[in-house]
Design a protein. Sequence first.
Length: 310
Amino acid sequence: MSIYQSLLEKINHYQTIIIHRHKNPDPDALGSQAGLKEIIAHNFPEKKVLITGQDEPSLTWMIEMDQVSDQDYAEALVIVTDTANSPRIDDDRYLKGQYLIKIDHHPNDDLYGDICLVDTKASSASEIIADFALSSHLKLTDKAASLLYTGIVGDTGRFLYSATTSKTFAIVSQLRQFDFDFAAISRQMDSFPFKIAKLQAYVFEHLAIDNSGAARIVLGQDLLKSFGVSDAESSAIVSTPGKIDVVQSWAIFVEQADGHYRVRMRSKDKPINEIAKRHEGGGHPLASGANSYSLAENDQIFQEMIDLLS
């Protein structure tokens, strides 16, 4: 039995299905989570299908979460999408269900779940969900196609990143046969508030670039407050340093309320996920996240990036 067949068998078996994703969601987290809900609900209208987690204000144009009670987890199937590590799962109740499935495209360093459907060659979790649905001959709705398309576009950087494959384009081609405004989605994802534009200008002005091609910027709490930008909103500038031709790898250190730093790391060529793993993080070879607990550790991470490129 293939893993897609096993997944479909579990969906068939359970009456209540609750879908989680990671904290601070991006378009792929929401697209895969809500896209899967829409597919299951449409093909199995007798089932109760719910999505849970904190709403992300900047992405409510995509979807908003359901109200999920503790009682809903009794004898429920729980599916977690786009979340490599269990500590990052939004809503700690994911263990309260009867059966747990992980669907993800990040390196499978945390083997949680009764079934792990992990494909590191996929561009996104949304691509995996779409492939599962299409391969299993499940019917898609316009809404499901729109959500999955948005997730794929988000995690491929509008097909800019190397994880984009011929399979990605083949799946997107099938999704585009449904009726949704793909141009409006692209405009929505390409636009940002004026405060983000001002923060982006700050990044260009203050970015530190080493001769190796490593670059970094530190965004403190006071600075973010002065721009009126939240931690989640600051993710909008994660690709900004990479637009500079001499920058090869970069890190954005975002100070959190408790004083530690959330580190967003990106690279054009050299894998940086091993550096992230050494600092309580991980992720894709060219797109990872980590945690730092001092300015000295910030310096250490940056030095490791310089050493990688030297």
